[in-house]
Design a protein around this ligand. Structure first.
Ligand SMILES: [Zn+2]
Length: 298
């Protein structure tokens, strides 16, 4: 289980998350290559923060990337209760690291588009789209917010894969300016982001989400380390988990929607229909009897 905090100050709202356990669970399910789990882990971390914006029950936010790199496609969905699930189409490919030793998520994703789909209870979901900037995900999401929603945002995401292929640290933060944010606050925030270490380095140093939030608001121009750029308040603490809401009934309805001919075709040779959930790898199997009523009636 990971932890997300959500807070606000005069000029901005922010979220900070420790998603180490969530990304570890994703890795255990998908058994992805290091670069793929770094990409998926960053997206999962971002989606958990973005899910907090959804105000309706049963709503969700989906990050979808379609691109020309080895990953091909990434889909991650989160709700506002701290649940997230996701997958990458091609998650086994091993990509060479960058010259600085870092996992090359940008090359793994490649060029393409980031789509944000918000299911907020209406008939049609809200869909926003932006071209990928670097494929490194954090920058792509910040660009999406700025161009599609006109919200200047700072997004930081990090996944540190240990030598034993476990997730040592995963986390992130997002600071979004409120309408009419003061220039002085923006300048100080920009300076701060440039000056501080990466999220996983901060976590390696023992920082939890509350401490990272304080770091973001510390006033570097003051000699007293307790001085803040402005007061802030933590509004919520949310437990976050990797969890899939699939079940046999959902897959059954999916198969039924294919129609009678297709079902008959799938049942040829008296073999059961086997399906596997992309998100959690759960397997479901259906036999002729499951479709008896449908095949007998029209
Ligand atoms: Zn599932």
């Amino acid at each position: 289980m990971g932890k997300l905090i959500r807070g606000i100050s005069k000029n901005a709202r922010f979220m900070v998350i420790d998603s180490t356990d969530v990304v570890q669970k994703a890795l255990e399910i998908h058994n992805s290559s290091p670069t793929a789990i770094a990409a998926l882990g960053r997206a999962v971390t971002a989606a958990l923060m973005m899910g907090q914006e959804i105000k309706v029950d049963n709503g969700s936010v989906t990050i979808r990337i379609d691109s020309d790199g080895p990953a091909k496609q990434l889909i991650v969905t989160a709700d506002n209760k701290g649940n997230v699930k996701g997958y990458i189409a091609n998650d086994k490919e091993v990509i060479e690291r960058k010259a600085n030793g870092k996992l090359d998520v940008g090359s793994y994703i490649g060029k393409g588009f980031l789509k944000i789909i918000k299911d907020i209870g209406g008939k049609e979901p809200y869909v926003g789209i932006a071209p990928l900037q670097s494929g490194e995900i954090a920058e792509d999401i910040a660009y999406y917010y700025f161009t599609s929603e006109q919200i200047p945002s700072v997004v930081a995401l990090g996944v540190f894969v240990d030598k034993d292929m476990s997730i040592k640290h995963a986390g992130g933060y997002m600071v979004q300016l409120l309408p009419g944010a003061e220039d002085d606050f923006i300048t100080k925030l920009e300076e701060k982001i440039k000056a501080i270490r990466s999220v996983t380095e901060l976590m390696e140093g023992g920082m939890n989400p509350e401490r990272i939030a304080k770091l973001l608001y510390e006033d570097m121009s003051s000699e007293n380390p307790d001085d803040l750029v402005e007061e802030y308040k933590i509004l919520d603490t949310v437990e976050v988990n990797y969890s899939c809401d699939c079940n046999k009934e959902k897959f059954f309805r999916g198969i039924v929607s294919l129609g009678k001919d297709e079902i008959n075709h799938l049942l040829e040779n008296d073999e059961d229909i086997e399906v596997e959930c992309h998100f959690c790898k759960a397997k479901y199997s259906f036999n002729k009897d499951d479709f008896k009523l449908i095949l007998e009636n029209n």
